[in-house]
Design a protein around this ligand. Structure first.
Ligand SMILES: Nc1nc2c(c(=O)[nH]1)N[C@H]1C(S)=C(S)[C@@H](COP(=O)(O)OP(=O)(O)OC[C@H]3O[C@@H](n4cnc5c(=O)[nH]c(N)nc54)[C@H](O)[C@@H]3O)O[C@H]1N2
Ligand SMILES: Nc1nc2c(c(=O)[nH]1)N[C@H]1C(S)=C(S)[C@@H](COP(=O)(O)OP(=O)(O)OC[C@H]3O[C@@H](n4cnc5c(=O)[nH]c(N)nc54)[C@H](O)[C@@H]3O)O[C@H]1N2
Ligand SMILES: [Mo]
Length: 772
């Protein structure tokens, strides 16, 4: 990997509330920077409107029939990035070799603007050259046909793909003969999707947005909504204003959860100080949540035991437990037996704070628990999320108004893509219906997730990579190894809107296929097509692009998939192009295969769409026992981190990798992380001051970071600025994707396979910087 260029920037604590004028200023900057001109401004006001497009920013839901534009800095950035007037043309590719483009930063690559023409890699000149669409599809078909085993191809999906594109994609891939569906959720909410079905039957949210208006307590676990889901703050603001308690459980006291000025409300904008959001900040050490949840559970049981002894009203919702759950006695017994000393040591939260948190929980009649990447990207994440749902079950907080589970998803349609069958472990019922509808025998053996796909490429078992969006080469862990893996492929295909690193880290043959974005008019046979998406609360709705396409040569993702399938498989069984000419036909097919989509076209035409109600919301439990299941899980005492600490003592620190304010995953819009007080810098590492002093580093010193893993491979990144930060002792924070080279491919969550990108054991060394 290239040596980093030194960054010029500064650190200055942010003292204002979240959003407010700071966000508005940012909006103006983005529109100007992207040179979004003419009528495209009006697009912004069509975001998340019944007749507009679904915001590509995040998966946070919007109020049904929303009649006013809901301001969101995140959304503006996403829309402006897509509506930019900058273009990557054929002349651009004629000018630069791939090796030259590799020297540019991710930020610089993003700045070149929208891709405009399909291109093919020419190894002789190390340049991309124009290719026509037919030839591109023929090349893909050629490579796919020559593989002796369909499992030697792998098909990645990033969560912006529409339901229609995703459904056709999975059908194509399964007819081709494999379940190799690595997707971004493998790195994201997989622990939720694998964990919750075992306890409550469905891996999705049980709440709707209206429940936020009824909740007494909203707990936000491991999430930074001011940056990643700004519209969530409006919901939290309203809840706080009517007296609900909002708790943040996070090693960091994220500024955005302290105070918020709603850009929707003129008086707040003028008044300046905003509304207090969280009134309680509980700060576990990294991955301390499992033990903390044990602590809450233990306290609930202790209070309940005391209530039983004294004949007072029960603390546990015993009616719910008796009617709806299995495994309660063993669960309660385990909590009684758990030691407080272990809970405190493992969570990093003092006993009185655990009690205080548990007291808030037991006093609350209706609790919603939200969670994000802070819970999902650890070794024990599946157990943590199962325990979280179990703690909620103790008080009957699932399946009644104002209470429930709320995994907050990332990409705007990541949840929908999974519903459509982007799933490497499909169940038989789904495959049966798919096979019966389309007259073929789908492959039954499980396919590859992200980590398995990379390993298979490294072993030479996968030769063709197709990416439907995303930035596989740097969103994934163990960057140098992942690059080796991709470079061993015979063909890599990337379907994308904008240039990124994955278009430069390629196989011997490579295609870069430009596609329409969500905000653009998608016409087939002269008729504008809508696509559908599913948000974090399972609302399925329609999205219509409004902007003129960035180039006349773009195809929609759906059409690209259809033509790829037609070229590779022919159209005898499925008339791919017929489907792609009218997306309503795809929706009719979805209706036949996927439960919950009855009268799909009709229902999704309603403003606001429809709710794909998860059974758990109605207290129907699709688990093995038919009940909501309590599980007994122990604190994990033998982890790579603990083993590394035995070896290195207190020199060993644990690092989380997280998002800055000015990035969307691997897309770097700007170099600031406003709420955390970082400006113009990305190669920073947040450290507890006492740790820094103990380790003998000066403030503002530069360090190299090495991760500790048990395979003899050296993984390091260089020249990071140490920044004193209010972070628990022993913990570090830094940005993704710069730190992804530190995450070992084999360091994955138990049962989720998710890279443990918020639990990386590392050591710091003084950087002998050529710069200073
Ligand atoms: N602007 C913007 N919006 C986005 C994205 C983006 O990159 N930029 N990405 C989208 C995607 S795909 C996703 S998945 C979401 C991600 O949104 P989030 O889930 O908010 O993800 P992160 O920013 O990675 O980190 C979340 C928080 O977890 C905390 N945390 C870290 N480790 C722990 C832990 O062990 N325990 C606890 N309790 N907390 C911890 C961190 O301090 C941080 O506040 O946002 C989506 N929206
Ligand atoms: N260390 C570390 N690693 C992480 C994480 C972390 O917290 N820490 N988070 C993980 C998470 S939660 C996620 S979701 C993944 C994200 O992984 P990905 O989804 O693979 O990455 P993105 O950066 O969201 O992908 C951005 C690219 O998608 C393309 N794109 C944008 N819009 C469209 C569209 O409409 N269609 C098509 N075809 N392409 C489009 C653009 O070319 C853009 O460059 O990263 C994961 N990796
Ligand atoms: Mo994500």
């Amino acid at each position: 990997m290239s040596t980093p260029t030194p960054e010029k920037g500064h650190i200055a604590p942010y003292t204002h509330p979240a959003a407010g004028w700071g966000a508005l200023k940012q909006v103006a900057i983005n529109l100007v920077k992207e040179r979004v001109g003419g009528g495209k401004y009006k697009t912004l006001f069509k975001q998340n409107q019944p007749d507009g497009f679904d915001c590509p920013g995040c998966a946070w839901p919007d109020r049904q029939h929303a009649s006013t534009f809901e301001f969101c800095e995140n959304g503006v950035k996403a829309v402006a990035a897509e509506a930019t007037s900058k273009r990557v043309t054929n002349e651009f590719f004629a000018e630069y070799t791939v090796a030259e483009l590799m020297k540019q930063s991710d930020y610089e690559l993003e700045q070149h603007g929208r891709l405009t023409h399909p291109v093919r890699y020419d190894a002789a000149t190390d340049k991309y050259v124009p290719v026509d669409w037919d030839e591109a599809f023929r090349l893909i078909a050629h490579h796919l046909r020559r593989l002796d085993n369909p499992d030697a191809a792998t098909f990645y999906t990033s969560g912006r793909a529409s339901n229609e594109a995703a459904f056709l994609f999975q059908l194509f891939v399964r007819m081709y003969g494999t379940n190799n569906f690595p997707d971004c959720s493998n790195m994201c909410h997989e622990a939720t999707s694998r964990g919750l079905p075992v306890t409550v039957g469905v891996g999705k949210a049980t709440v709707l947005l209206d429940d936020f208006q009824l909740a007494d307590t909203i707990m936000v676990w491991g999430q930074n909504p001011a940056t990643n889901h700004p519209r969530m703050l409006n919901e939290l603001r309203d809840a706080s204003k009517r007296g609900a308690t909002i708790v943040s459980v996070n090693p960091l006291k994220e500024r955005g959860l302290e105070r918020f000025v709603s850009p929707q409300h003129v008086t707040e904008m003028l008044g300046g100080s905003g509304t207090r959001i969280a009134s309680m900040f509980v700060r576990p050490k990294l991955a301390g949540d499992f033990a903390l949840l044990k602590g809450i559970g233990k306290r609930v049981i202790e209070l309940d035991d005391a209530a039983v002894a004294s004949g007072s009203p029960r603390v546990v919702d015993i009616a719910f437990v008796n009617d709806h759950t299995a495994g309660y006695e063993a669960f309660a017994a385990d909590l009684r037996a758990e030691s407080w000393a272990d809970i405190v040591a493992e969570s990093g939260v003092p006993r009185d704070e655990i009690d205080a948190l548990a007291d808030v929980y037991v006093k609350s009649e209706r609790t919603i628990m939200c969670w994000g990447m802070g819970l999902t990207q650890h070794k024990q994440s599946v157990h943590t999320i199962q325990l979280l749902s179990n703690v909620m079950m103790l008080r009957g907080n699932i399946g009644r108004p104002g209470a429930g589970l709320m995994p907050v998803r990332g990409h705007s349609n990541v949840q929908g893509d999974r519903t459509m069958g982007i799933e490497e472990q499909p169940d038989d019922a789904f495959l049966d219906r798919l096979g019966a509808t389309f007259g073929f025998e789908p492959p039954r053996h499980h396919g590859q997730d992200v980590v398995a796909a990379i390993s298979a490429m490294l072993e030479g078992k996968v030769k063709v990579f197709v990416g439907l969006g995303g930035n596989f080469s740097i969103a994934t862990p163990d960057t140098p190894r992942t690059w080796d893996a991709l470079r061993q492929c015979d063909l890599t295909v990337n379907i994308a809107t904008k240039l990124n690193r994955s278009h430069l880290v390629i196989g011997r043959d490579a295609l870069l296929l430009p596609t329409l974005g969500r905000t653009e008019v998608d016409e087939q046979n002269g008729v504008p097509q809508g696509v559908t998406v599913e948000d974090s609360v399972c609302m399925v709705h329609m999205s219509y692009g409004m902007n003129k396409p960035a180039s006349p040569h773009l195809l929609s993702e759906t059409m690209i998939v259809a033509r790829m399938a037609d070229a590779a498989l022919g159209s005898n069984k499925v008339d791919w192009l017929w489907f792609a000419q009218d997306y309503a036909r795809i929706r009719d097919a979805i209706e036949k295969v996927i439960p919950g989509f009855e009268r799909f076209n009709e229902r999704v035409a309603q403003p606001g769409g429809f709710h794909l109600t998860p059974a758990s919301r109605n207290r129907v439990w699709r688990t093995e026992s038919g009940k909501a299941q309590f599980l007994v899980h122990a604190i994990d005492h033998d982890t790579p981190i603990k083993r590394a600490r035995e070896q290195y003592g207190d020199d060993l620190l644990v690092m989380m990798t997280t998002r800055s304010h000015d990035q969307y995953n691997t897309t770097i819009y700007g170099l600031d992380d406003r709420y955390r007080g970082v400006f113009g810098l990305r190669r920073v590492v947040f450290i507890n001051r006492a740790d820094r002093e103990r380790l003998g580093f000066a403030e503002g010193e530069r360090v190299n970071i090495t991760s500790v893993w048990e395979d003899g491979v050296t993984r390091h990144v260089q020249d990071f600025l140490l920044v004193d930060y209010d972070i628990p002792a022993g913990c570090l924070g830094a940005y993704y994707p710069e730190t992804n080279p530190l995450v070992p491919l084999e360091s994955i969550g138990d049962r989720s396979g998710t890279p443990t990108s918020k639990s990386i054991p590392v050591l710091l060394q003084r950087a002998v910087s050529a710069v200073s």
